[in-house]
Design a binder for this molecule. Sequence first.
Ligand SMILES: [Cu+2]
Length: 281
Amino acid sequence: MSRVTLAIAAVLSSVPFLGPVLAAEPMPTPSFPKPWQLNLQTPATPQAEMLYDFHTLLTWVCVAISVFVLALLVICFVRFNEKSNPVPAKWSHNTMIEVIWTVVPVFILVAIAVPSYRILYYLDHTTEADMTLKITGNQWFWSYEYVDAGVSFDAIALPEAEVDIKAGQHRLLETDRHVILPVDTNIRLLFTATDVIHAWTIPAFGVKLDNMPGRINETWTRITKPGRYYGQCSELCGVDHSYMPIVVDAVSKEEYQRWVEQEKAGLAPASKDAVSLAAGN
Ligand SMILES: [Cu+2]
């Protein structure tokens, strides 16, 4: 340990708030699903907002097509049943209608493809990353490396017996270490794996990408709302696939910086409340 690190460690360890902070208020969970909630989780990044809006647009396109097809069916039932139309017409081709039912779907698909590719391009990568987080999938836990800060750790699912539902924790969703990320920051996300394919997913961020052994996948995020966000591995990766939850605590830039310094000084606890510690309340 360098002298500077030791000095920081000494200063931080003398601060009185380090003890009782573990009992601090739980973080807000702005996107956590509620009972009977419809639709996607509340977006917490511009990417998730774009995906949400696109999803809404597609839903209405589907509704319009379904209503149109249903109307055609109802017209057929009413006007062309045996009673109302005892002698059916014998013709079988109508060039105009055939051109319309070929060309109109093409236009609909192009109208969908344009915003779809725009979003794909936007999600692909950022050229203005403020920091990089490398996420490695393992059977069956996640490893995180804050490339610029030089901090890394593993996050392992909490066993069911240790999950405190009364304290606001969630079964199968809690980990021993949380991913701490700053809000309003362009975060480059790099994905890889050590064994099989995993997929790091946070629905509220609009992030879901495969962690492939032997290659790096990339995307980015920019969290706009502080709070705690949950996700799970989304690629069948073996017998404990359902025990690879993800917890991200989005905090202010200052709190994030304090957390990094404490991590480097070896002071941040290996606990679920690292953020309370970083926040100093
Ligand atoms: Cu997995």
